[in-house]
Design a protein. Structure first.
Length: 237
């Protein structure tokens, strides 16, 4: 079982207008098919992606209100970033990838305003703990099979000293409590080198945007109807 993970938002219970932190887990059921779909999406929307990745300038002040250069480097495509896509492109992304169910989506929604100050002092602890709880729930409820699992995550927000902790933590906790008989392998990637982590990035940002401003009801219904969106785990309950 292969799961690709990325996040959107920040774990902080004191930032205004920051009610949620989102983690997207993409369980890939047809890796080759999903990679081909990724390449087709990028190639068929290449010019539009270039436009979306330009600096956004305030029309009156002339100041940069949103930096570009996240998806392209020196004119060459590097990676998909959900934060650079506008609402129209996000809707198109869902329409495109929901045509063939090559993957499943599992979300973790963390309510920042329900976290204690002590818990938020270590954001890696919040991430690892809620991921463990969610995997435990998904396996026990039969959403995910009880088998060897490879987790691939974006490395950019991960501190070096915690990179090797998650794998041991999941194997210890989920094995000791009787949830998992399979082994967990955890790898970290620069998302520019892993296009399936990029897909997780876009879906994480999509849900985060929906929680912040709404407007994606039809897209999430489409994901549910197609059998792609399986479950949203909420923490704290």
């Amino acid at each position: 079982m292969n799961i690709y993970i990325d996040e959107s938002g920040s774990i902080n219970n004191h930032i205004p207008n920051n009610p949620f932190f989102v983690i997207a887990l993409i369980r890939v059921t047809n890796k080759d098919g999903l990679k081909r779909a990724y390449k087709r999406f990028v190639s068929s929307n290449y010019n539009r992606l270039i436009e979306l990745d330009k600096d956004k300038i305030h029309p009156k002040t002339g100041k940069v209100i949103k930096e570009g250069g996240k998806m392209f480097l020196n004119g060459n495509f590097q990676e998909l970033k959900g934060s650079q896509l506008d609402k129209e492109m996000k809707k198109q992304f869902v329409e495109f990838f929901s045509r063939k169910p090559n993957f499943e989506i599992y979300y973790i929604k963390i309510s920042n305003n329900k976290l204690t100050d002590h818990f938020c002092q270590n954001t890696a602890r919040v991430f690892n703990y809620t991921l463990k709880l969610a995997l435990e729930y998904f396996i026990n409820k039969g959403y995910l099979p009880n088998e060897d699992c490879v987790l691939q995550l974006d490395e950019r927000n991960e501190k070096t000293e915690t990179k090797f902790f998650l794998e041991n933590y999941l194997n210890t906790e989920l094995s000791m409590n009787g949830t998992a008989t399979g082994k967990f392998d955890v790898s970290y990637f620069d998302s520019a080198n892993n296009n399936l982590v990029q897909i997780a990035d876009v879906f994480a940002n999509l849900f985060y945007s929906h929680l912040q401003t709404g407007g994606y009801e039809e897209e999430f219904q489409k994901l549910k109807d197609s059998g792609i969106l399986k479950f949203t785990f909420e923490f704290p309950k």
